[in-house]
Each structure stands twice: as C-alpha cells, then as structure tokens.
Write a protein that binds this ligand. Structure first.
Ligand SMILES: *Cc1c(COP(=O)(O)O)cnc(C)c1O
Length: 408
C-alpha cells in the first residue's frame, strides 16, 4: 500500500481498496473485468481511449474507459470470435437480436431496400417487417436458391442482401460465394447469420460476405446459460460504423456473459464435431424409419442443397435437423411428448438434445396453409441435436416414434 493510503481514514481506505496489477505473469484463463469504469494516469491516455475500438498501440493494447464502449473481458470474447471468423473487427451484443438490430439499424435508412432470404429466423423476419412498417425500409424476400430471382429483385436503393448459412427448420443452405459475388457487383452489402453453422463449419467472410452475425446464445456459448450476440465485419470501416451505432443503441453485453461465452468457445470445435456426428447419425436412421415421411438435413444426399452444403461446410452439416412425421399434427405432438431423454424446448446449440413441434407450440395459431407458407408441415418436428451418445438418443427417439405411429 502506498503512502497516500496509509495516511487516510478507514472510510476513505474502504472506498479505495488496493488494486493488484500482476507483473511478470499472465492469467491462464480469461479474467472477468466486471467494473464498467476505468481511470487514467494522464489526459492524453484518456483522450486516446475516447477514440474508440480500433485504436491500439503496437503491442495490440487498448485503453478502456466505460464498458458500453468497450471492456477487456468483452474484447477478449470479441477477439475470439473475430479470430475464428477471420474478420477485421467484432462487436459483442447482449443477444443475437441485439446483433441483428445493430447491423440493420446502423446500415439502413428510410427508403432503403433490403433483399432477404424467405426462411429467416422469426425475430429477424419480424424486425424487417417492423422496419418496413414504421421506418419505410422496403424488403423483398427471395428463396436464395435462384440467382436470377435475386438479380431481378435489385433496385437502385438496395443496400443489403441478408442471408443465413443454414436455415431453420428446413436446413436450407444457399450458395454464399455466388450470392456474395452478385451483391458485390451491384454495390450491395451482404450480411449472413452464421448461428447454425458457427465458424467451425463455415466462415462466410472467406466467401466474400461483408458481415457475419451470431446468436452466441446457441453454439458459441454452447451450454444454454447465456444470451449473447456478435457481429463480425470483413472491413475495419464497416466495423467502426456498426460499433458507433451500437453504443448509441446500447445493445452491449455485460462482462460476466462475455466471460461465459468465451469460456464456452474453448470447446466449440469439439462440440460441433459431436453435434454433427450425432445429427448425421440420427438423420440416416430416421430416413429409414416407416413413421418418418421425410428428413431435412443437408448431410443427406436426398437434401436439395446437399451439394452446395458439401462445398460450403467443413467437417459436418450442423446439429439441427427436422423430420416430417407420416401421422401429421397428432403424431408430431405425441412424438415430442413421448421423448424422455430429449427435452421439449425451443432453441438449440446446448449440450442437450431438444425437440420442438412447431404446429402444436410455436406455430399453433397457424392453419395448414399458413404453416405450408412458412415451410413447415403439421407433422414437422425439429431436433436440435446435443452432444450425448448417439445410441442413447436413438433409443429414446425410436420408442417415441413407436408411440407416434400408433396415433391416427
Ligand atoms: C436464436 C437466433 C437468433 C436470435 O438470437 P437471441 O440470442 O435469441 O437474441 C438469431 N438468429 C438465429 C439463426 C437464431 O437461431
């Protein structure tokens, strides 16, 4: 303790507890900088910190001043994702939707036009509809399969082409390199929600995409215990622009959540390998079962996008698959309710296998026709496959299929 402290009264010393700065050693795991405020030795250092996230000295050290603009633990999470995605800068947000908002709100203004894939994550779809209704942003939805359709949708004020690497629940995989090239030629930015693939299976920036979005709530965090998002940019100017807007938006993440996320990411490649192994194993077994009409999984040769997926995805086809049960709505409900090891829950990306029957839960308000328009059948069931043992999962699924096929 220095001399200044020794002469002070207890209540002052209590308010200024000693701060330990390790010298000569580094922590082996990520430290949690829970404090949201940082103090400076001199005015110049503080002024430098105000210049924002891109500022770093030659050793890569950056100054921090207020955690909404940047925090060391948050930065370590951002750098971990940025590194795997091969970006010029990453920005963490309090949820995946925070990341989607940070991108859309920073790039679009009234009268701008967006071309977006039709089968988007529900929250993104609704956000685009709200931006159209309330802010006059125009949106055209395309399948993403047909380059001519995308080209025909281009307008003078088209600003953004918005895609997902693997869609939900029908697991569509579009040709990212071709779409990125088309957009680039037209001067249109591209954003890809890479939540389902993760940088282990696909790095969209390598295919010419400008912006990658993640719900880190899913595979990056990986343990169903965080709500977090990340934006990764191919270009430093674009990153700065989105960073600047996002601190106005206040969509930032807290250090504890960033810490849990970066801790989860240490095992991301191992977990993805097991998710993919299990999902492919289940998809093959399900495809041969009489109660199952169709399996949607890009790893199966019968999937319409299997060849694109082979080209785009490294080492596996993801952890999500869906099946159409022959017995329709009732079979779907009975199947989901009969599973014992597999838990009934929305979401994905954690260690445990989850089941969702949209027609009796998330989409129960829709009739057969509206369901079909959303690309979902009455008997469609989504499995978000975890990292358990494949044989245990199959035993559970097989007994639930037997019950489901006794309905109707
Ligand atoms: C879950 C999800 C989101 C939204 O993420 P939150 O963390 O729930 O806000 C966005 N995109 C995809 C593909 C998702 O699965």
């Amino acid at each position: 303790m220095d001399d200044l402290h020794r002469d002070l009264h207890p209540r002052t010393r209590a308010a200024h507890p000693p701060l330990i700065r390790p010298v000569g050693s580094l922590p082996l795991s990520t430290p949690i900088y829970q404090g949201h405020l940082f103090s400076f030795e001199d005015a110049e250092a503080m002024a430098a910190a105000f210049e924002g996230p891109a500022r770093a000295d030659e050793d890569g050290h950056r100054a921090f001043y207020y955690s909404r603009m940047g925090n060391p633990t948050v930065r370590m999470f951002e750098e971990a994702v940025n590194d795997l995605e091969g970006g010029a800068g990453a920005l963490a947000t309090g949820s995946g939707m925070g990341a989607v908002n940070a991108v859309l709100m920073s790039l679009l203004r009234s009268g701008d036009h967006v071309i977006a894939q039709r089968s988007l994550y529900g929250g993104t779809y609704t956000l685009l509809r709200d931006l159209a209704e309330r802010w006059g942003v125009e949106v055209t939805h395309v399948s993403g399969d047909d380059l001519r359709q995308v080209r025909a949708a281009l307008r003078p004020r088209t600003r953004l082409l918005y895609l997902e690497t693997i869609t939900n629940p029908t697991t569509e995989v579009v040709d990212l390199p071709a779409l990125a090239a088309l957009a680039r030629e037209a001067g249109v930015l591209t954003a890809v929600d890479n939540t389902f693939a993760t940088p282990v299976l696909c790095r969209p920036l390598e295919h010419g995409i400008d912006i990658v979005i993640h719900s880190a709530t899913k595979y990056l965090g990986g343990h169903s215990d965080v709500l977090a998002g990340v934006v990764v940019c191919a270009d430093a100017d674009l990153y700065r622009r989105i960073w600047h807007h996002s601190l106005e938006l206040g969509a930032g993440i807290d250090p504890m959540t960033a810490w849990l996320s970066v801790r989860g990411m240490a095992t991301l490649p191992l977990r993805m390998a097991q998710h993919c192994h299990n999902a492919l194993g289940l998809a093959r077994r399900l495809a041969g079962h009489p109660a199952v009409e169709r399996v949607h999984y890009p790893g199966l040769e019968s999937h319409p996008h299997h060849r694109v997926a082979r080209r785009l995805l490294d080492g596996g086809f993801g952890g999500v698959l869906s099946i159409d049960l022959a017995g329709g709505r009732e079979a779907g409900r009975v199947f989901a309710e009969s599973l014992r090891l597999v838990r009934m829950a929305p979401s994905l990306g954690g260690t445990k296998t989850l089941v969702l029957h949209p027609a009796s839960t998330s989409h129960r308000g829709l009739d057969e026709r509206a369901l079909a328009e959303a690309g979902i059948g009455a008997g469609t069931v989504r499995l978000a496959v975890g990292i358990e043992d494949l044989d245990d999962l199959w035993d559970d699924i097989e007994q639930a299929l037997a019950k489901a096929s006794r309905t109707g």
